[in-house]
Design a protein around this ligand. Structure first.
Ligand SMILES: *Cc1c(COP(=O)(O)O)cnc(C)c1O
Length: 226
């Protein structure tokens, strides 16, 4: 019997290679985060068996439960928190995840910094940018990005700022992606450790890779509809 999740992963990897080739980019520069929100730990284990190591979760309680459930069987998973963060949940995020892609304010950065356990490496973080100015989405406005980046770099030594993340609108054209690329380049010029531009989901993978994404977050194309 074929394994659907393994087949889907093979397909998504092929799409990444094709999109990279079309954009004259090296596919090795594009990291795949498998978004496992709402899916059981068993689905994550199947993707893990097919070689996937980075997984993204949106909801704190659900994510923490899976981190704990899988910590011995799949101990080298790299866990990304990609959902909105309420202050009263920040400690769970700081203690269980490796990356946080959804930082959008000083207060959350400060809390994660204080709460990151000293026996763990610094939390790798991305600032979320609300690139299409949608009220339904979190993230900083583009003009607030440099201020928050500066706050993290200067005041949060338990956080390592790696770049920026966005969820472009369903109707976004290439301008949203190129605006993100411009913000990313400016930040990378200013800070050496900045190397990650996270954009692209199941529906806009190609557009995001054409637009310069170095990390894509794919859920339904791997795990099926939610
Ligand atoms: C759910 C989600 C994804 C994955 O979306 P798919 O359309 O299922 O690929 C990526 N990023 C974020 C922030 C999400 O919430």
């Amino acid at each position: 019997m074929s394994n659907k999740i393994a087949d889907n992963l093979t397909q998504v990897r092929a799409e990444i290679r094709q999109a990279a080739a079309a954009a004259q980019r090296d596919a090795a520069d594009i990291n795949l985060v498998a978004v496992s929100k709402t899916k059981p730990a068993d689905a994550i284990e199947q993707a893990y068996a097919a070689g996937q190591r980075a997984f993204g979760e949106n909801y704190v309680q659900e994510g923490v439960a899976k981190v704990q459930q899988l910590q011995t069987v799949c101990s080298d998973i790299v866990w990304h928190f990609i959902g909105p963060i309420q202050s009263n949940k920040s400690r769970d995020v700081a203690e269980h995840f490796d990356w946080v892609q959804s930082i959008d304010r000083d207060k959350i950065a400060k809390r994660l910094n204080q709460q990151r356990p000293s026996h763990l490496p610094p939390l790798q973080v991305l600032i979320q940018v609300n690139i299409d100015d949608e009220s339904s989405k979190s993230g900083v406005q583009p003009e607030q990005l440099i201020g928050l980046a500066q706050f993290i770099v200067e005041h949060c030594d338990r956080l390592c700022l790696r770049g920026i993340m966005a969820i472009p609108s369903k109707h976004a054209d290439e301008h949203s992606y190129s605006a993100m690329r411009t913000l990313f380049s400016a930040l990378a010029t200013q800070y050496d450790q900045v190397d990650t531009l996270s954009m692209g989901m199941s529906q806009d993978l190609q557009q995001a890779i054409a637009g310069g994404a170095t990390m894509v977050r794919i859920g339904s194309a791997i795990f099926g509809a939610r």
